[in-house]
Design a protein around this ligand. Structure first.
Ligand SMILES: Cc1ncc(COP(=O)(O)O)c(C=O)c1O
Length: 209
């Protein structure tokens, strides 16, 4: 447990990743609007070069979200589906298969069916959202098990730990869309098998650069 995890949720929400600004002492993280950052020499910088890659405001948000979710790293995107797209693009390749719960956010379903299917990434959806339902669908091509809980729109509650175990046995990455519960009510990373590669989509909060 990191020192930040030792603090309660409210303390982490207002302090994690948000030390006083080292230049001015500002207590609230200033909004960084610069697109580029001055370098003393090429490659010699203070951690930031170009705002699309990272800026201090987004870094603060990402560190805070990581602390709230109990993760090592957080990555912020301009929308939830931008984060979802990045997860599929980064972790899957043509020929791979995703197994997901059938009661799935419509945007995620359309992304899988209209964008990724033509790219050769297929998806199967289980109506039985128990671990047994997932176990029945996973196969050799399954590279990712994706769930959301509570589901949108039917608010089904899925057993994160049991389905994580199914994914681990299948050698698939396990992803939890934690949008509805938020880390205040549910921390999927604490429920999954520690040794599996567990990715999660965090809340859709993010800053545009
Ligand atoms: C469960 C779930 N996941 C993902 C999203 C997508 O978030 P965004 O609208 O920020 O792209 C939503 C939006 O309602 C959602 O309900």
């Amino acid at each position: 447990m990191s020192s930040e995890q030792a603090h309660g949720f409210s303390t982490r929400a207002i302090h994690a990743g948000q030390p006083a600004d080292p230049t001015t002492g500002a207590t609230v993280v200033p909004i960084s609007v610069s697109s580029t950052f001055t370098q003393a020499a090429p490659g010699e910088h203070k951690g930031y070069e170009y705002a699309r890659s990272g800026n201090p405001t987004r870094a603060a948000l990402e560190a805070c979200l990581a602390a709230l979710e109990g993760g090592d790293r957080g990555l912020a995107f301009a929308s939830g589906l931008a984060a979802t797209t990045a997860v599929f693009q980064a972790l899957l390749k043509p020929g791979d298969e995703v197994v997901a719960n059938a009661d799935l956010y419509g945007g995620t379903f359309r992304l899988l069916e209209r964008v990724f299917k033509p790219w050769g990434i297929t998806a199967k959806y289980t109506d039985d959202s128990s671990a047994a339902g997932f176990a029945e669908l996973v196969g050799p091509k399954t590279k990712m098990v994706w769930i959301e809980t509570p589901t949108n729109p039917l608010l089904q509650i899925l057993d994160v730990a049991a389905i994580a175990a199914v994914a681990k046995t299948a050698g698939a990455v396990f992803v939890v869309d934690n949008t509805f519960a938020s880390p205040y009510l549910q921390q999927p990373l604490a429920l999954g098998p520690t040794s599996s590669s567990t990715a999660r989509r965090s809340t859709s909060a993010g800053t545009r650069t």
